[in-house]
Write a protein that binds this ligand. Structure first.
Ligand SMILES: C[S@@+](CC[C@H](N)C(=O)[O-])C[C@H]1O[C@@H](n2cnc3c(N)ncnc32)[C@H](O)[C@@H]1O
Length: 203
């Protein structure tokens, strides 16, 4: 029988500056509702394994998960668009990104996620930007279905959606779970990682 907590262990390690920022953010994880390190490592690996280059994050907070996304994009050569309605948080995130990552483009969006998603869809329709190949959902749990209805139209085929808090906020995320499992053009699975994540791939 395994004698250690596998859910707390990984061997991800970045440069000293990044590790300093990550460990300081880990001290206030509950306050800013950040991913835990284990889930963040999974997110980072997934982006690299999928070779994703155009990532959308819904729920920036102070940038903890964003740093892990950017570290993956450093390897894949991609770009992050990240949405947060709280301006102060978005600006703290921007500072953290600047310290940890230098050559990855970040487009911070301040505003309500549904509105920002509608704007992004409009830009994609008008050929002003490309569809996304990876979306990380981590904002208002009650709005996950609404997010998905738009994401579905702005996600490339073969694109991936990772949604957090699927198990900790089960009552709120259940409609999202049901919608995704009903879709035959998506392959989905719930993972007992961190707060519970749902991984979906558009066929
Ligand atoms: C769980 S936290 C995100 C944590 C972040 N992904 C991380 O792991 O570092 C959710 C964030 O989404 C923001 N948020 C919640 N509802 C939102 C909405 N409807 N539109 C935009 N941002 C929203 C909150 O202000 C909060 O900072």
């Amino acid at each position: 029988m395994i004698q250690f907590d596998v859910k707390k262990i990984n061997n991800a390690y970045f440069d000293e500056k990044t590790e300093e920022i990550l460990s300081s953010l880990e001290k206030t994880q509950k306050e800013f509702w950040n991913l835990d390190r284990y889930s963040a490592n999974f997110l980072n690996m997934l982006i690299k394994i999928n070779n994703s280059k155009n990532v959308l994050e819904i729920g920036t907070s102070n940038g903890y998960s964003g740093i892990w996304i950017l570290k993956a994009l450093e390897e894949t050569g991609g770009k992050l668009t990240t949405v947060e309605y709280w301006e102060k948080r978005q600006s703290v995130a921007r500072k953290n990104f600047e310290i940890c990552v230098s050559d990855v483009e970040v487009e911070p969006k301040i505003g309500s996620a549904v509105i920002v998603l509608q704007d992004l869809e409009e830009e994609i329709k008008n050929f002003k930007r490309e569809k996304f190949d990876f979306v990380f959902i981590d904002a208002n749990k009650k709005e996950y279905v609404e997010y998905f209805q738009i994401i579905d139209r702005i996600l490339k085929s073969g694109g991936v959606i990772l949604a957090d808090n699927i198990l900790t906020h089960y009552e709120k995320t259940l409609p999202y779970i049901n919608v995704l499992f009903e879709r035959v053009d998506y392959q989905s699975q719930i993972l007992d990682i961190g707060a519970g994540m749902m991984l979906s791939r558009k066929k």
